[in-house]
Design a protein around this ligand. Structure first.
Ligand SMILES: *Cc1c(COP(=O)(O)O)cnc(C)c1O
Length: 403
C-alpha cells in the first residue's frame, strides 16, 4: 500500500468511529420535493431550493434556449472574452433587485466569499466573524492573511469590544445574513451601527435570504431595510433560492471595479456558462410574477412550527425555511435520519465539523413546492419516530439535551 493511503486511512477510521463519516446518496431525479434517491422514492425536506425554481418549467426552458443561443461553455474568464450579454443583463437585474449601484457575478458563492475577503484585506488588517459563519467566509479570512477574530454567535457586545481594541487600519466585519444550519437572522441592524461607529466595513453573505426574504425577494437587507451605507458589501448566491448556480456581489461602483481588478477568484476562473446566467434571469422574473411562492412558503413555515410545537419538539429560533431539530449526538442524528428514510422522508443529519460538536441535527428545509399535506405528513412521521425514540432512554435524554 502507498504511503499516501497509509497516512489517510487512520483519519478515515477516526471519522467513522466518531459517527462523522460522510457518504453521498445518489439522486436519480430532478431536485424537488419528491425525489428518487438510492433507488427509492421519497418526500424530501433537505434541499436549498426553497422556492422550487431548480426544476421550474420556464427556468428549464430558458436553460435550453440559452444553450441554443450561447452554446454550453463560456470558453474564457470574464476579463479575457467570456463575459457575455447574458452575464451582463443578469448583473444589471441583480443590481436592480438589491437596490445597489452594481453587481458582479461569480462562479459560486464559495468563490465570491473567498475572492471578496482576500481582495479587500491583507495581513495588516483584521476581520471579525460570527462563530457560526459559513466555511467559505472563514477560508476567505485565512486566504487574506489578515488577523481573524471570531465573536460568539450574534454577540454584538463582543464584536463591539473587539472593534474597540483593534488598531488595524482596515476592519472588516463579516456575517451570514441567515445562518445556514440554524436558520436565524444575524442582528444586522445593530451590526451595521456597530461597524459604522468603529469605521469598519460590513459584509453580509445572504446565501439563504436572497430570493426568499423581503417583499420582493431581495433578501435580508430588504427585509430589514438596510441601505448600501449600512451594508456596503452584499453577497448573494444563485444556487439556493433562485434554483440555478453561481453567485454575485452587490455594492458601489467603486467596490465592483476594485473586485474586477483584484479578486483572484473572479479573474482567474472560467465565467459561468452564459445559458445559466440566462436561466437565472428568467428565474428572477418568474419569482416576481409568482409572489405566491414566497407567501405559500411562509404559510408552510408557520404550519410546521405550530405542528412541531404541538408535538413538543424543540424548535430553533428561525422564521426562515431552515428549521433544524437539534439532536446533539451525531449517532442519534444519523439514526433518526435513517428511520425517517425508512418511512420515505429524506432529511440529512448534519454533523460536526459542519456544526459545533454536540449539536448534530436534522436540518429540515421547506420549499414553496411542498403542499400542506407534505408538511402534515412530515409532522406525522416525526411524531412517530420521536415516540419510538422515547422508548429508548438514551435517545430521550439526548433529545432533551438538544438545542
Ligand atoms: C451555500 C453557501 C455558500 C456557498 O455558495 P455556493 O454558491 O453553493 O458555493 C456561501 N455562504 C453560505 C452562507 C452558504 O450557505
Amino acid at each position: 500500500m502507498s504511503s499516501l493511503d497509509d497516512a489517510l486511512k487512520p483519519q478515515l477510521y477516526e471519522r467513522r468511529a466518531q459517527q462523522h463519516y460522510r457518504r453521498r446518496r445518489i439522486l436519480e431525479s430532478p431536485q424537488g420535493t419528491h425525489v428518487r434517491i438510492d433507488g427509492r422514492s421519497c418526500l424530501s425536506f433537505c434541499s436549498n431550493d426553497y422556492l422550487g425554481m431548480a426544476n421550474h418549467p420556464e427556468v428549464v426552458a430558458a436553460l435550453r434556449d440559452g444553450a441554443t443561443k450561447y452554446g454550453v461553455g463560456s470558453g474564457a474568464s470574464h476579463l479575457v472574452c467570456g463575459h457575455s450579454d447574458a452575464h451582463h443583463d443578469l448583473e444589471e437585474a441583480l443590481a436592480s433587485l438589491t437596490g445597489r449601484p452594481r453587481a458582479l457575478l461569480f462562479s459560486s458563492g464559495y468563490m465570491a466569499n473567498m475572492g471578496v475577503i482576500a481582495a479587500l484585506t491583507n495581513r495588516h488588517d483584521t476581520i471579525f466573524e460570527d462563530r457560526l459563519n459559513h466555511a467559505s467566509l472563514l477560508d476567505g479570512a485565512l486566504l487574506s492573511r489578515a488577523r481573524l477574530q471570531r465573536y460568539a454567535h450574534g454577540s454584538v457586545a463582543q464584536l463591539d469590544a473587539q472593534l474597540s481594541q483593534s488598531t488595524s487600519q482596515r476592519k472588516l466585519v463579516v456575517s451570514d445574513g441567515v445562518f445556514s444550519m440554524d436558520g436565524d437572522l444575524a442582528p444586522l441592524t445593530v451590526l451595521a451601527q456597530t461597524a459604522q461607529q468603529h469605521d469598519a466595513w460590513l459584509m453580509v453573505d445572504d446565501a439563504h435570504g436572497m430570493a426568499v426574504l423581503g417583499p420582493s425577494g431581495a433578501g435580508v437587507c430588504e427585509q430589514l431595510a438596510l441601505s448600501l451605507d449600512e451594508v456596503p458589501i452584499l453577497v448573494g448566491t444563485l444556487g439556493k433560492g433562485f434554483g440555478t448556480f453561481g453567485a454575485f456581489v452587490a455594492g458601489s461602483e467603486t467596490l465592483i471595479e476594485a473586485l474586477i481588478q483584484q479578486a483572484h477568484t473572479y479573474i482567474y476562473t472560467t465565467a459561468l456558462p452564459p445559458a445559466v446566467a440566462h436561466a437565472t434571469r428568467v428565474s428572477l422574473r418568474c419569482l416576481q410574477e409568482e409572489p405566491w411562492r414566497r407567501s405559500h412558503l411562509r404559510e408552510l413555515i408557520d404550519l410546521f412550527r405550530s405542528g412541531a410545537a404541538a408535538l413538543g419538539l424543540a424548535l430553533a429560533d428561525s422564521m426562515t425555511p431552515i428549521q433544524p431539530l437539534i439532536v446533539g449526538d451525531s449517532g442519534h442524528a444519523l439514526a433518526l435520519s435513517e428511520q425517517l428514510l425508512a418511512r420515505g422522508i429524506l432529511i440529512a443529519a448534519i454533523r460536526p465539523p459542519t456544526v459545533p460538536v454536540g449539536s448534530a441535527r436534522l436540518r429540515i428545509t421547506l420549499s414553496a413546492e411542498h403542499s400542506e399535506a407534505d408538511v402534515t405528513r412530515l409532522l406525522e412521521v416525526l411524531g412517530d419516530v420521536m415516540d419510538e425514540m422515547h422508548g429508548d432512554a438514551d435517545s430521550a435524554a439526548a433529545m432533551a439535551g438538544g438545542s
